[in-house]
Design a protein around this ligand. Structure first.
Ligand code: NDP
Ligand code: MG
Length: 407
């Protein structure tokens, strides 16, 4: 069958699945099930009665055992081999098949059948599960933004080839996905990502020098994993989200804006050709995003409480300070330059944030490392093949780590 034929037949399968979701519980896999998004996905699954067929994590075998006892999935995978051996012993009495290592994780995705894969793995490790889920023809509920930052072109071209539905779970992208439903193809003119501004909104670069990891980990709106919380404080997360939105929705960086919105109730907006803005609002709660991605296009069950509009107060939008929070400007630059540069920026950031969390560098040390690494790897913008992109990123991560170590 041609790739177009495959996409059409996959679209028919998607339609059948949507109909069957109305009458029976969707079957799902939760990857990264012990993390912030993953455990909220597990909570949604419990409340909605989804049929959880597989779960995965890296090392936390005790929490995966608890999930196996709760959901009785067919399979579980631990990326860490020692943790997989431990899990095997823990779940021996309930018959869950345990897969081991990162290859075991992708093997599990290919072997277990489900309607939707919720990919809530953190970091670059989420890319291989994204690609495996697309091969298997399941819907992809994608929280792992790194898949699109590192390999956005490859992921989107694989989605077209296989006819995979990618429904974003990242709250801004879920909001934009929902807003886009109110216009026709090609009618959106601007995607507006909202940002909390992070805990250091309003501060200048000189004042940021003394920020400790403890302060950076205290996010005003969302409770998230450590790396993404620091990324929210530097606005790197918003920068990655600009790249993520560009790849997902096929819009250039020039049509994607960021506005600081401190109240955290407007999750993003789309401006259409007629200059009408459509926004999505709710309490800030990732469980809505997971539920929407699994149940799409249906909205039947209130997993979260309603937002009391009269208690919100004034709703404000402000321009971000991209001169201070350079990671956001660097993301626009990397998106425009293309090739491996977004992956290089991501890799440099992983190394820098890890050094910051270990207190080896200060908060603005992250900015210095990003600027130097992006400048050093400018030529990588000409890479187009995924293996070359991944090897440029690996080299950039080593370079950034050496800068952090002061070498
Ligand atoms: P967490 O750090 O809380 O959780 C990460 C999960 O991935 C854990 O289950 C962890 O297992 C697993 N994991 C870590 N490393 C590996 C690996 N090498 N192989 C396989 N599994 C691994 O992250 P978050 O839940 O905060 O974020 C997950 C993704 O969702 C990220 O891409 C993030 O950017 C995105 N996102 C998160 C939001 C949030 O509110 N947290 C909002 C929007 C997007 P273990 O517990 O064993 O370490
Ligand atoms: Mg987000």
């Amino acid at each position: 069958m041609t790739s177009d034929g495959r996409a059409v037949s996959r679209a028919c399968e998607n339609e059948k699945r949507t109909k069957s979701c109305l009458t029976s519980a969707p079957g799902i896999m939760i990857l990264g099930a012990t993390g912030s998004v993953g455990s909220q996905a597990a909570d949604v699954a419990q409340k909605r009665g989804y049929d959880v067929r597989a779960v995965s994590a890296n090392r936390n075998s005790k929490a995966v055992e608890d999930l196996c006892r709760l959901f009785r999935p067919e399979a579980a995978a631990m990326a860490d081999e020692g943790a997989a051996a431990d899990l095997k012993v823990r779940v021996a009495d309930i018959g869950t098949k345990v897969y081991s290592g990162s290859d075991g994780l992708t093997e599990m995705i290919r072997s277990v059948s489900a309607d939707t894969v919720v990919n809530a793995v953190s970091g670059a490790a989420g890319l291989a599960p994204t690609l495996a889920a697309m091969e298997s023809g399941m819907r992809l509920a994608l929280a792992n933004k790194e898949s699109l930052v590192i390999a956005g072109d490859a992921v989107m071209s694989e989605a077209r080839r296989t006819g995979t539905e990618i429904i974003p779970v990242d709250s801004e992208h879920s909001a934009i996905f929902q807003c886009l439903k109110s216009g026709g193809d090609g009618e959106a003119r601007e995607l507006i990502l909202t940002a909390s501004g992070g805990p250091f909104f309003g501060m200048k670069r000189a004042e940021l020098g003394s920020i400790t990891p403890e302060r950076a980990l205290d996010h005003p709106v969302w409770k998230m994993g450590a790396e993404i919380t620091v990324d929210s404080a530097t606005l790197m997360n918003k920068g990655f989200e600009v790249i993520e939105a560009s790849k997902l929705f096929g819009m250039p960086g020039g049509s994607i804006s960021v506005l600081v919105h401190r109240q955290g109730v407007v999750h993003s907006l789309v401006r259409f050709a007629d200059n009408s803005y459509i926004a999505q609002m709710s309490k800030p709660d990732m469980r809505l995003c997971v539920e929407y991605a699994v149940d799409y296009p249906h909205r039947t069950f209130p997993v979260i409480d309603r937002l009391d509009l009269t208690s919100v107060g004034p709703i404000t939008f402000e321009k971000p300070d991209t001169e201070t929070f350079v990671p956001l400007s660097l993301a626009y630059h990397a998106l425009k330059a293309g090739g491996a540069l977004p992956a290089v920026l991501h890799a440099a950031n992983s190394a820098a944030v890890s050094a910051f969390l270990k207190k080896n560098i200060g908060f603005t040390g992250i900015f210095d490392i990003l600027e130097k690494t992006v400048a050093r790897f400018t030529d990588s913008a000409s890479c187009s093949e995924l293996p070359d992109i991944l090897s440029a990123a690996a080299e950039a991560e080593r370079y950034a780590a050496s800068l952090a170590a002061g070498k």
